[in-house]
Design a protein around this ligand. Structure first.
Ligand SMILES: [Co+2]
Length: 492
């Protein structure tokens, strides 16, 4: 899910950026540039290798945890004291990513019990299997109510200080319930997307695709008013459309073999939103494009940390993204980040809180990430201009956060607003969600709410026609003791 406020803000500057943009090249210049880029591609291969091995390591870590658990649960002896110790240890012990090997050794030597209690990565997982289509609530897989921890990364520089600091660990423990809510939402996301990835095929309508994801989400999260449910409209933007497309009623678009489809969907428990996205393709010619964007997003995830400047994350992302060149239909492109799309901070029921995470350099945001913040790290790569504008029929809407009471004269607008308040609050929604609530003939009322500034519309965001755009996105928590990539799975 994206915020196009940024687009509007930047609109005035577009012209100038275009002129000075070193990436807007003439054909000759572009050939020269390609040669230069050759070297970079090699670097990219290494960077990418690292990413892959990280993922492998993460999987290994999980495997290790499972093993450790089975051998160490016996030692645990269920005593309350040990249990508390385990929860304390969780921050230090559940380590994935680069530092994991080091930490694992340390764990052994300390001979502390593993992260048994909190992890939720437990033997229960293997006893039941998710149905197809997915309809078994994730709560049934984790009867102790503790959900799997995401990928744990130590902070880059002062990692050990934070992982072992008693005060930080105390602070971290106090937030367990919030983390656990987000982890439950993440487990729903993983299970639903696993089914989506194996089931969605060319020939399906975009409506069928979205309903497959939404029906799965509603069941697995045990949808319940504003307490648990869908986080925002299911994005399934195609090709040159990068974000904010979901079908409205009557949409007849059918997924094609050559499409590049961005599946961007959200889950939430008590307003704690998982915002995570991947790109779905069937023709292998797009594999490199997807790899570029996955690598760029993982770079953003890796760079993120407490006191890290947002602009530095943008610089790192752009460098990785542009180190890739892709060949599609006999044409070679250097992958461009879409410079007016970005990651964002997340607050309860607020998908786009105050901070933006740029995906290009030169953004003047010297603002820093802070302890305790939640972020969606998302990047978009394009074979087009690397710049999106609004185009096409709008499907996405959300009530504005900041507005007080606005008097409404039109009765229909009033009743629509009360339905929005009741069902979505400030969470984004789409027209299909209004349809299924039984709302009819609301077009004018919705327009009235948009015109009076109560509801914001988010039209589709598209790059130039004929180009291809890809997206990957994860939700992370900057915990006091470590960084947790909550939505990480073995798929991306
Ligand atoms: Co997002």
């Amino acid at each position: 899910m994206q915020n196009d406020n940024i687009v509007k803000e930047e609109n005035g500057e577009v012209e100038e950026i275009e002129k000075n943009d070193p990436t807007s090249l003439t054909p000759e210049a572009s050939t020269k540039k390609k040669k230069k880029k050759k070297k970079k591609t090699n670097t990219a291969a290494t960077t990418n290798g690292t990413t892959n091995s990280n993922v492998t390591e993460y999987t290994e870590t999980i495997e290790n945890i499972k093993k450790t658990e089975t051998t160490e649960t016996a030692e645990t002896d269920n005593s309350k004291e040990v249990e508390e110790e385990n929860e304390e240890e969780e921050g230090t012990e559940a380590v994935g990513g680069e530092a994991s090997k080091k930490k694992k050794k340390k764990k052994k030597s300390k001979k502390k019990t593993g992260k048994v209690e909190e992890s939720g990565v437990n033997d229960n997982t293997s006893t039941i299997q998710q149905s197809e289509p997915p309809r078994i609530p994730v709560s049934k897989f984790f009867p102790d109510g503790k959900y799997p921890i995401g990928e744990i990364c130590e902070y880059k520089d002062d990692n050990l200080k934070r992982t072992t600091n008693e005060e930080k660990r105390h602070l971290d423990r106090m937030h367990f319930d919030i983390y656990n809510e987000l982890r439950q939402a993440a487990e729903v996301h993983r299970q639903v997307r696993k089914y989506a990835q194996k089931t969605i095929k060319p020939g399906m309508t975009m409506t069928e695709i979205c309903e497959l994801i939404e029906d799965g989400t509603r069941a697995l999260i045990e949808e319940n008013g504003l307490e648990a449910g869908i986080g925002f409209p299911t994005g399934c933007s195609l090709n040159h459309c990068a974000a904010h497309y979901t079908p409205n009623s009557g949409d007849k678009i059918v997924l094609q073999y050559d499409d590049v489809c961005k599946i961007d969907f959200g889950t939430h428990i008590n307003g704690r939103i998982i915002d995570s996205a991947f790109t779905l393709t069937f023709n292998p010619v797009y594999d490199k494009l997807k790899e570029a964007v996955r690598d760029a997003t993982n770079t953003g995830v890796r760079e993120a940390g407490i006191d890290v400047r947002l602009c530095d994350i943008g610089t790192a992302i752009q460098e990785v993204m542009e180190s890739y060149e892709v060949e599609i239909k006999n044409k070679t492109y250097q992958v461009k980040p879409i410079r007016n799309l970005n990651g964002h901070s997340i607050l309860p029921y607020t998908i786009h809180a105050g901070k933006s995470v740029p995906i290009v350099k030169n953004s003047e945001t010297t603002t820093k990430m802070e302890e305790g913040e939640f972020f969606a790290i998302e990047t978009f790569g394009s074979t087009g201009k690397g710049y999106v504008h609004e185009d096409g029929e709008c499907s996405h809407y959300a009530k504005r956060q900041d507005i007080g009471h606005v008097p409404l004269r039109v009765t229909r607008a009033k009743s629509l607003l009360s339905s929005i308040n009741k069902n979505f609050g400030t969470l984004p929604f789409c027209r299909r969600y209004l349809d299924r609530l039984g709302e009819t003939r609301y077009a004018l009322a919705l327009k009235n709410l948009v015109d009076s500034g109560i509801v914001e519309s988010y039209p589709p965001l598209v790059d130039i026609k004929g180009c291809y755009t890809a997206q990957y996105e994860h939700t992370i928590i900057l915990r006091p003791t470590c960084k947790e990539v909550v939505s990480r799975g073995d798929d991306y």
